[in-house]
Ligand binder design. Sequence first.
Ligand code: 5GP
Ligand code: ZN
Length: 141
Amino acid sequence: MPASQHEDCIFCKIARGDIPCTSVFESEELIAFLDISPVNKGHTLLVPKAHMETLFDMPAGIGEMLFAAMKQVGSAVMKATGAEGLNVVQNNYSAAGQQVPHVHWHLIPRFADDGYTAWPQGAYQDMQEMAALADAIREKL
Ligand code: 5GP
Ligand code: ZN
């Protein structure tokens, strides 16, 4: 097992071929395969082969390669499914819906009539609350 992988992680097991997947793309660093429970058929997961739990554990240099694969695989998913749109979703930590603690990107083909809606959106009390939160975020950069 490569040192960068975890013994018991399901996506590490898929990356090293210990359990099967329906692969659509593979490079030295990445693998993409169909999600077993798709939002829409063709829903694909793009996964770094090295074990990293979340976005925040990833090295900076990986971005360009990851983005290129996201575009290449995302475009192929759209063409193959005839999708009219594509959601790219990435969940960090269980509070945000992350079920598999090995970082991955969902490439979800979308159709104008598929009936799915985005999260409900709220409102700020006033502009001061909004500005104070922006200040707090800037201070943490
Ligand atoms: P998360 O909720 O962590 O962002 O997404 C995990 C995704 O992995 C889910 O959409 C789930 O359906 C998918 N998944 C979980 N286990 C397996 C598996 O063994 N094989 C495949 N192909 N997908 C899986
Ligand atoms: Zn892993």
